[in-house]
Design a protein around this ligand. Structure first.
Ligand code: PBG
Length: 325
């Protein structure tokens, strides 16, 4: 008997074989596209560090939401950068605030498209932190979660199909669930940014969302990139508090965390391929150093293979087009 007897290459010899034995598939239904809304009319301002991504006024964000829906993207994730910023994030709790206007406008224009509203304080606070800041500079967890719950109720009333708290305060999922239920919105799901790491890969996003902290950093609330066991703990807490979906963020550098989380819970797992992951590929592709399409599909396949059911990606409309072509 000759060596080798096992030849894995037998089922790799043609495209038909490779398709048949493929273990992981990308489907358009798994993608969520982030959108950034800013004040004004007819504003379409390019985010320099994210080629192809724009800050959009409400009228323009509706156009991109429609285009994403027409391409076959099932959901968008909305971020707002209101003009007025103060210590209490009042633009985010205002029923006539920027995010609420955008949610209502998108839902009116494309009722089938799911609108997930990012719930955080950083885009609406003058200090740019995700919670309230105490006089000594510390973040006040327990007053922050009350405001976050108010923001979530506000966005739900505006028509959001889901609220996605990204602040990483302790207990915010329970606080939001309670407030939504009292407000008559027991049917609105919570997508918890459950394991969100203090990452260098959020840099480009902070330009798009105008949400960089004015002092300090986010390491007292976002997770230490070294901790996978703690990520599972965070996720289990959020599920206990009522999260309907849980998220791991960023995605690419945290594939092991995605796998552990997928194995630990029964709810859908969402992974966020963040701005820095997007910009790295764009920058290398622009220089001809990498094949953009192949690199994008490979990163997304890796994220799926790791265990993500759903993926938030700035490549979403493009990928959905590729998958349907
Ligand atoms: C806000 C928020 C951030 C991202 C999503 N929501 C930035 C941050 O925490 O500083 C990052 C998304 C991205 O980089 O694409 N809390």
């Amino acid at each position: 008997m000759g060596f080798p007897r096992e030849r894995p290459r037998r089922t790799r010899q043609s495209d038909a074989w490779r398709r048949m034995v493929r273990e992981t598939h990308l489907t358009p239904d798994a993608f969520i596209y982030p959108l950034f809304v800013v004040p004004g009319r007819a504003v379409r301002h390019a985010v320099e560090s994210m080629p192809g991504i724009f800050q959009l006024s409400v009228d323009e964000v509706v156009k991109d939401a429609k285009a994403a829906a027409a391409a076959g993207v099932p959901a968008v994730l909305l971020f707002a950068a209101p003009a007025h910023k103060d210590a209490r994030a009042s633009s985010a709790t205002d029923p006539k605030g920027l995010a609420s206007q955008a949610i209502a406008a998108i839902k009116e224009a494309c009722p089938q498209l799911l609108v997930w509203a990012d719930v955080c304080l950083c885009g609406a606070t003058d200090h740019g932190h995700c919670g309230h800041v105490l006089p000594n500079g510390a973040i006040d967890n327990d007053s922050s979660i009350q405001t976050l719950a108010e923001v979530a109720l506000n966005y739900t009333r505006a028509g959001a199909d889901a609220v996605a708290p990204s602040d990483m305060m302790d207990g915010r999922v329970a606080a939001i669930r309670a407030r939504l239920d009292e407000g008559g919105h027991a049917g609105t799901p919570i997508v918890a940014y459950a394991a969100k790491f203090a990452s260098a890969f959020y840099g480009p996003f902070r330009e798009a969302a105008e949400s960089a902290p004015a002092f300090g950093d986010r390491r007292s609330y976002q997770m230490d990139p070294a901790n996978a066991r703690e990520a599972v703990r965070e996720v289990l807490l959020d599920v206990q508090e009522g999260a309907d979906l849980v998220m791991v963020k960023p995605a690419g550098p945290y594939l092991d965390v995605i796998r552990r989380v997928r194995d630990a819970v029964r709810v859908p797992v969402v992974a966020y391929q963040v701005s820095g992951e997007f910009s790295l590929i764009k920058a290398a592709a622009a220089r001809g150093w990498i094949d953009e399409r192949a690199a994008v599909l490979e990163t997304l396949t890796g994220i799926r293979r790791a265990g993500a059911d759903l993926i938030i990606s700035y490549f979403a409309p493009q990928v959905v087009q590729w998958l349907r072509a």
